[in-house]
Design a protein. Structure first.
Length: 252
């Protein structure tokens, strides 16, 4: 069985390779994104498919089962026996990819007994890499490291899915923090901003799937943050029968 750091190396190499495939399509002005609509009406592009295929070439040799947004979703009766699995979103933020605003990521998480224990998130446009291992720590690598400047209490929220419930939650925070700063961002970058200390809290009162959060959850935990059910305060769990997440809060 591969050790955690060996699996981390596999996940990082997979994320970087997938990022290169995504950027080959993103940076080509003549590229056809090949946009399709999935059953839930969310978009799917050539880049999603290419990233999934590339990641699988790295993860399949580990002999650890993979739950990927773009892969086959086996019945829970099969998955419930998986004590260890990869959870992957090959291109998180497909809407942002289509808009060409750069706010999309590659997400790869290792989950054990329902808890994310390792996560890798790569931001191809900025060449930023976030990763973390439970009990070891979390790190960020980028071409030019930037220090976090002094800032007011900061809330990060979805750029494309800001629900009325989330707005109500933020307004309650604003009464506690009159100088509150609201930052909008796409994809799993929102969790990364809390993990690296650029934001204090990320409330999500809108639908997400396990592959949207697993890698970010692992990185947040490794950075000393909490990711909890917004209603119960209990940690999010993974590889559930229903792969939807409850509403949740990420906080420092």
């Amino acid at each position: 069985m591969k050790k955690p750091y060996e699996l981390l190396d596999v996940a990082i190499r997979a994320a970087l390779a997938a990022g290169r495939d995504i950027m080959a399509i993103y940076d080509d002005p003549a590229a056809d994104f090949g946009i399709e609509r999935k059953a839930d009406n969310s978009p799917l592009t050539r880049a999603d498919k290419a990233a999934h295929a590339r990641i699988m070439t790295f993860l399949e040799p580990t002999d650890i089962p993979v739950l990927s947004e773009e892969g086959a979703h086996l019945p829970f009766e099969v998955r419930r026996h998986w004590q260890r699995l990869w959870i992957v979103d090959p291109l998180d933020g497909t809407k942002e990819f289509i808009k060409r605003n750069g706010e999309f990521t590659v997400n790869i998480a290792l989950v054990e007994d329902g808890t994310p224990v390792m996560g890798v998130i790569y931001v191809p446009v900025k060449e930023q890499l976030y990763y973390g291992i439970q009990g070891e720590g979390a790190w960020k690598q980028e071409p030019k490291t930037q220090l976090c400047p002094p800032r007011p209490y900061t809330v990060v929220a979805s750029r494309s899915h800001l629900s009325p419930e989330t707005e109500t939650f933020i307004e309650a925070l604003r009464r506690e923090h009159p100088d509150l700063q609201l930052v909008s961002s796409g994809s799993s970058l929102k969790i990364c901003l809390v993990a690296e200390g650029r934001a204090d809290i990320y409330p999500r009162h809108a639908p997400t799937m396990e592959w949207d959060t697993a890698a970010g959850h692992a990185i947040a935990l490794a950075a000393g943050c909490r990711v909890v059910d917004a209603t119960t305060g209990e940690p999010l769990t993974y590889n559930k029968e229903d792969l939807h997440n409850p509403w949740f809060i990420v906080r420092r």
